[in-house]
Write a protein that binds this ligand. Structure first.
Ligand code: BYC
Ligand code: FE
Ligand code: FE
Length: 482
């Protein structure tokens, strides 16, 4: 038996959940496995299935040194089922069952609610792989290509994480949900992925970096809320997923920082001071700062929709049930039941945007979104330090939360990036000054030329400061030939 921190690599599916002795679940997962590999080969990174990629693989689940690096062909990656170690004597941290022992089995009364949360979480993971599948062909370096593939294989593993829970704890309908997770397709007309942002395109590397910065950060927040769950297997699963998630946001944050860096360097070398002198900046082969801002506006607003409605009985029910907590629930000081507390929610009222106190239980999506915005702002601040150091006045900002929204309180109104309400006509006129236009996207696409010499970088992005696993600058992170 594995002791909980060691991973058993002997079977088809690496794991630290004792699959060797759990015949029923092992069978179910081994039956699902070929369909997964088939999905990976057809919907995963296009054109690089036989390349050797310098990837990290988990070797343990403890906080120290859990990964090892080495060359792997992606279809041979050891996707496994990995849970963070159990916490002795853990109790349900919030909701109506607060203080009772954490559940090791699914509480019957909450079965449907829990299954829905697992399926929604599971659905986003393969969706992101599908969205990113063509990006290898335009990678700005082997370093970036490797990071893309690292993110992709780990999102694949996150799918395994949810499929394990479905198959272990939900029997037949869990198996059906697991099959459906391989059947839906990002952006497909008839069988789309479940949440809006996961049906959008990720057509270029600027989008990829924005996606990993903004949308993977929604992953972080949602996983952090689920890591508090009173259903202990979900909590343990999410706690380990969060250790992987940090790298995804690193890829996004540094990707954008390096893009900004390259732009300001090129502007300085050419003596261009006005960041809005877009034609001249673009002629240098770098992405002008206002276009970077527009991409941030787009991905931020798409991601805010993933938090659902600001006022939500689903969220209240999941909290009461002890299934989904708040961000850092265990660090918060209140009754963890929220029966008599209030929380301010922003909403449009009579042509203005106002804050109203509503019962805290019903405002949990809003609260998680607020925590998300704060977390994202810290990263934006680090982008701005690049601009500051370069001596330019330009700053990247996050648009108002009402901007460009499809879900929730603001879906019926248009605003500008500062939250001023616009008429439909004003919106149509100003839209392209705030969101990427067709020609902005065409310009970005024109820069997306592969740069695959070891140590080489496309002209629009600066090299990273450090290699992966301390590798030297000219390290060949992806061996393209088989
Ligand atoms: N699109 O009470 P409401 C990640 C639906 S990202 C379409 O407002 P609730 C990752 C909703 O389903 C993290 N539909 O919402 C990142 C409901 O429909 P039903 C993913 C939407 O349920 C990058 C109705 O509207 N994990 O891991 O409180 C790369 C009213 O619902 C949307 C999770 O999201 C939308 N945007 O909150 C890879 C965690 N929003 O049921 C991976 C699990 C709402 O009435 N999910 N609807 O038919 C949840 O906790 C919640 O379901 C949500 C929505 C936060 C998504
Ligand atoms: Fe994920
Ligand atoms: Fe992620």
């Amino acid at each position: 038996m594995p002791d909980g921190t060691q991973i058993d690599y002997n079977g088809l599916i690496p794991n630290n959940v004792g699959l060797a002795d759990d015949l029923r679940v092992r069978k179910a997962l081994e039956t699902w496995h070929p369909g997964y590999i088939d999905w990976w080969k057809t919907m995963g990174p296009e054109g690089f299935q036989t390349s050797s990629v310098f990837l990290r693989t988990a070797v343990g689940v403890g906080s120290e040194g859990w990964a090892k690096f080495g060359f792997v062909r992606m279809p041979e990656y050891r996707w496994g089922v990995l849970l963070a170690p159990a916490v002795e004597g853990r109790t349900i941290p919030f909701g109506a069952h607060k203080g009772e022992p954490a559940w090791q089995e699914v509480p019957g009364e909450y079965r449907a609610m829990l299954r829905r949360l697992l399926v929604i979480q599971g659905d986003t993971e393969p969706a992101s792989v599908e969205q990113q599948r063509y990006l290898g062909a335009t990678a700005p370096s082997l370093y970036d290509m490797r990071n893309l593939f690292q993110v992709n294989v780990e999102e694949g593993r996150h799918l395994w994480a949810m499929v394990y829970l479905l198959q272990k704890y939900f029997g037949r309908d869990g198996r059906e949900e697991a099959d459906d997770l391989l059947r839906r397709r990002s952006g497909h007309q008839d069988t789309p992925r479940m949440l809006g942002a996961f049906n959008e395109q990720t057509p270029d590397w600027l989008s990829f970096f924005m996606f990993t910065f903004f949308t993977d950060r929604d992953g972080k927040m949602q996983l952090a809320a689920l890591a508090q769950s009173g259903f202990d297997p979900l909590s343990r699963t999410c706690r380990f997923m969060l250790t992987e998630e940090a790298h995804h946001m690193f890829v996004g944050e540094t990707g954008i920082a390096r893009t900004i860096q390259r732009t300001v360097e090129a502007m300085q070398a050419a003596g261009i001071e006005d960041p809005y002198d877009i034609e001249r900046v673009r002629a240098l082969g770098v992405i002008d700062l206002p276009t970077i801002q527009k991409k941030a506006n787009l991905h931020f607003s798409l991601t805010l929709d993933l938090f659902g409605n600001e006022i939500s009985t689903n969220a209240a029910n999941a909290f009461n049930a002890g299934l989904k907590g708040r961000y850092r629930e265990d660090k918060l000081e209140d009754d963890h039941q929220l029966t008599s507390l209030f929380y301010p929610v922003m909403r449009p009222r009579d042509g203005a945007i106002v804050k109203e106190d509503v019962p805290a239980l019903s405002a949990l999506n809003m609260r998680l979104r607020d925590d998300y915005v704060e977390d994202a702002l810290a990263g934006v601040g680090r982008w701005n330090r690049v601009l500051e150091r370069a001596g330019t006045q330009f700053r990247i900002t996050l648009p108002h939360v009402a901007f460009n929204r499809r879900i929730g309180e603001f879906n019926a109104i248009h605003t500008d990036t500062r939250g001023n309400i616009l008429t439909d006509q004003e919106w149509l006129v100003r839209r392209e000054t705030m969101l990427p236009s067709v020609s902005d996207n065409e310009f970005i696409a024109s820069l997306m030329k592969p740069s695959w010499a070891p140590g080489g970088y496309a002209g629009w992005i600066a090299p990273p400061r450090h290699g992966i696993d301390n590798m030297p600058g000219d390290f060949e992170y992806v061996r393209l030939e088989n």
